[in-house]
Structure formats: C-alpha cells, structure tokens
Design a protein around this ligand. Structure first.
Ligand code: ADP
Ligand code: MG
Length: 466
C-alpha cells in the first residue's frame, strides 16, 4: 500500500471496474465487521487505476492512517482476494485544503472533530437511566455532594475536578451519572464519558496489546465531560497512571469538566502517584456519609412511590431502622419483601416484614460492610440452572453452561466489589477480558429489553439474598 497525497483525479469507472470495487468493499466490510466499516470504511472511494495499481481516495489523512494502521492487513487480504492480478492498492488523500492548513494543530483539531462525528463510542454514554438527580433523595449526609454535583451539571468546570468519596452503596455512582444525564439533557451533542478506573486501565492494556493507542487517545481526549468512577482501582502500572495523567491534563487544560469518585479521599489512595493525587486535590473534595434514619425512610418512600406498590409506613420504619449503612442493601431489602409478598399473594404487613426479613436483615447488616461473595453468586447460579459450581468454572463452552456463566460473571460485577481479574480468577482462572466480554453481552441483552434475561437476573438476586 503506498502513501500519496495528491489532488483528486477521479476517472469515471467502467461498470466492471465498479463491480469489482464494490466486491472488494463488501469483502472488506465482512472482514472487519459492519460497525468498524461504518467508522471510516465507507469513505474509501475508487479513484482510478493504472497498470499496476488501483488508486482509491479518502477525504483526510487521518482517515487513511486509521484505515492503514488499524485495518492494513484486512485491506491487503481482501484486496488480493478480489484483485487477483498483480495490482496493489494505493490510498491517496483527497485533501483539497492540504496546502492551506496553517498548522498541525489545526489538522489535529479537525481530526478530533471527525472522530467525534464518526466514532460510535463518542455518542455512547453508558449511563444508567435511573441514576438521575430527580431520583436522588437529598439528606444531611449527602447534601454537600449533591449540591456540588448540581453545580457541575450547571457548569462542568465549577470545581475541576470535583472529587466525591464515601463508602459502598452510598450513591456516588448515582450522583456521578446524574451529572452526565443533566449535561446530555441540556446539551445533546456533549460527549459525556463515564468509565470506571478499572475499565480505563483494561482499555489501556488492550490498546497497548493491539497497538491502537491512537484510537484510545482520541476516545478519551475528545470528551467534554469525563466521569471516572472508583478511581482507587486505577492500576498501579506506569502506563495506566501515565495515560490517565495525560488525559486528565489535556481535558483540564482545554476547559473540559472532570468528576472523580472513590471509596476514600485522595491522600489515602496510596497506589496513586503523587502528581496525580495533587491533581485530584486541585478542585473540591466532598464526602458522602451513611444516610441518617430520615433519609433512609425518604429513600424507601421514593422507591415505593416509583413502583406503585402499597407498603405500610410501619414496614418502612422496620426496614429503615434495620439497614443502616448501605443504600443498595436498603433497596434489596424492600425488593425482597415485595417479591415475597407478591409471590404468596400476601399483603405486606409488619408481621410479614418481621417474619421474612429478619434473616435477610441480619445477613445484610453485615453485608453493608461485607458485600455478597463471588462464591455465593456461583452457588446461586449453579442451583438455578441445575449445574454444579465446578461446571460453571470449567472450560466447557456449550451454551447451557456458557450463558449461566456469563450471567454469573455479570452479577459478580454488579453485586461485589471485585475487579475483572479477580472474577476471572474465580471462574477457573479466566482472563479479565472474558469477564468484560460477559458483562458486555449481558448488558447488550438488557439494552435490548430481553425479558428472559431480566427475569433470570431477578430470580438469581432473590436466590442470592434469600
Ligand atoms: P456507590 O457508587 O456509592 O457504591 P451507588 O451510587 O451505586 O453507590 O448506589 C447504590 C444504590 O443506592 C443505587 O441503586 C442508587 O440508586 C441508590 N441510592 C444511593 N443513594 C441514593 C439516594 N440518595 N437517593 C436514592 N437512591 C440512592
Ligand atoms: Mg459506585
């Protein structure tokens, strides 16, 4: 493949030339997949041919780089498959303002704009639709964090960065995503990127392995609002910290908003380099504490109001006084009770609440400090699907085992604080990327409103918390 920057010199292709070119494009599309093809593959145009070359063109040098660096092998393979003779593919850049571009920086800026327009992930925000400010109950222990988050949603650089910290299940992720929703609501085109530090780390490792750091850089550095969850999980590796540092600086310097969440304040995150910690402390740091009794009651009331189920005040009080330090557990308790009542066609009375929930509340008073374990999730999954735990962990890949395994991995991410690597380890020493794949797969099904998967997950959770 050659590199030539020249003015467009299109010839009218003959019918058979067109046909062959189209065949090549089809082949290329099926080789790299539709999604990738639609990024910049559609820009490839037949220009002309000589004795030994087919000359194609793309609008910008960045398109050419993307095609040749990322899909060079696929291009060559497909090309030689269709053009069996001795021709080679030569991609030229149809860059009409090539000479007039004043600086490389302009070009980079243009490239970034292209990326924003063309990359599907630039529009993908990964936000949970329920995590909005409207659904967030404000009480004395979270009001500072809430107020700060609202301010960032008005002006993303209010504090730059805003750093929110607090224990498990206290609403950090909820607030972080609420900022994202609000910004998207006000400015639809905004590129809001929500990512956990762990996912960020894994993406860096992947980018290094696949040698596509360039795409990785564009992915994050074209962000308008950068929401980073569980920053304590940013890997200790130099590359992860280095890349994060650069991303942070670039976004900060170009006036983009940054919000970070963590289970502890910046100075207690020992794994993180001094220079990064200093950056984190540059803005405003605010904590969320466990909710007081009134807030717990208000949260339960809000959830009940949303679900439309009738629950007597006394029952609410029973739950609120027993589950004190984790809102996820508080919600779980209420769900458990409503499910039990609806299955047995019983009204939700204080007696039923005491009777059915005492075990659960006992367990979960501990669960507030000690989340569900991977083993519990594996056992519940195995029992629901009539498998053994060993089969779940085995290398077998038949659908009847692979699918429950994926559900189980997904739940491990949702209900425990384990990293991808830890979960992979517990499932027969699998790689972290297998767990990421499982999580994506189930998330896709949920995005498509797959009711079987929803029901299976609900049943599994009931089993886990029973
Ligand atoms: P964290 O990220 O701090 O571990 P999450 O944001 O995931 O906690 O919150 C756990 C659950 O509790 C979520 O379902 C969230 O919607 C809910 N939650 C937390 N705080 C509140 C609140 N103040 N009002 C309503 N729901 C809340
Ligand atoms: Mg969280």
């Amino acid at each position: 493949m050659g590199f030539t920057n020249q003015q467009s010199n299109k010839q009218t292709a003959t019918g058979s030339q067109n046909k062959q070119w189209q065949k090549f494009l089809d082949e290329f599309e099926s080789e790299i997949g539709r999604r990738q093809f639609q990024v910049f593959g559609t820009l490839l145009e037949y220009e002309r041919e000589t004795e030994d070359k087919i000359i194609a063109c793309v609008p910008k040098s960045f398109h050419k780089e993307w095609l040749t660096e990322k899909h060079g092998d696929a291009l060559n393979n497909c090309f030689s498959k269709i053009y069996t003779d001795q021709k080679i593919l030569d991609i030229s850049v149809d860059n009409k303002d090539n000479g007039s571009l004043s600086s490389i920086k302009d070009q980079q800026e243009k490239d970034l704009q292209d990326v924003k327009r063309s990359f599907p992930f630039a529009r993908n925000t990964d936000l949970n639709p329920g995590y909005t400010f409207d659904n967030f109950v404000v009480g004395s222990t979270n009001e500072y964090a809430y107020t700060a988050a609202r301010a960032v949603a008005e002006d993303p650089t209010s504090y730059n960065p805003l750093f929110i910290y607090g224990g498990v299940g206290l609403g950090k992720t909820h607030l972080l995503q609420a900022i994202g929703h609000k910004i998207k609501q006000r400015w639809e085109q905004a590129n809001v990127k929500y990512v956990s530090a762990e996912k960020f780390t894994n993406e860096i490792i992947q980018a290094l392995m696949e040698k596509n750091q360039k795409e990785f850089k564009y992915r994050y550095r074209s962000t308008d609002l950068f929401l980073v969850d569980d920053i304590q999980f940013l890997a200790k590796t130099d590359r992860a910290q280095e890349e994060f540092f650069h991303t942070f600086n670039e976004l900060y310097e170009s006036g983009k908003g940054i919000v970070l969440c963590s289970d502890r304040p910046p100075h207690e995150i020992s794994k993180i380099e001094e220079r990064l910690r200093n950056r984190f402390e540059m803005g405003y740091t605010v904590d969320i504490k466990p909710p007081d009794y009134e807030t717990r009651v208000a949260i339960l009331q809000k959830k009940i109001q949303q679900s439309g189920i009738v629950v007597p005040q006394e029952v609410i009080n029973i739950i609120a006084s027993n589950v004190t330090s984790n809102i996820r557990v508080l919600e779980g308790c209420l769900n458990r009770l409503t499910v039990t009542a609806s299955l047995s066609n019983n009204e939700i009375t204080p007696d039923l609440a005491r009777q059915k929930l005492s075990d659960y509340m006992d367990e979960n008073r501990q669960a507030a400090d000690k989340p569900v374990t991977i083993q519990q999730i594996q056992e519940a999954t195995a029992s629901q699907f009539n498998l053994s735990v060993n089969e779940l962990k085995s290398k077998k890949r038949t659908r009847s085992i692979a699918f429950p395994r994926q559900l189980s991995m997904y739940l491990c991410r949702e209900l425990t604080n384990s990293s991808y690597a830890d979960i992979g380890e517990e499932f027969g020493g699998r790689d972290h990327s297998t767990v990421i794949h499982a999580e994506n797969k189930i998330e896709n099904k949920l995005d498509q409103q797959d009711s079987t998967v929803k029901t299976q997950l609900r049943q599994l959770k009931n089993e886990i918390y029973s």
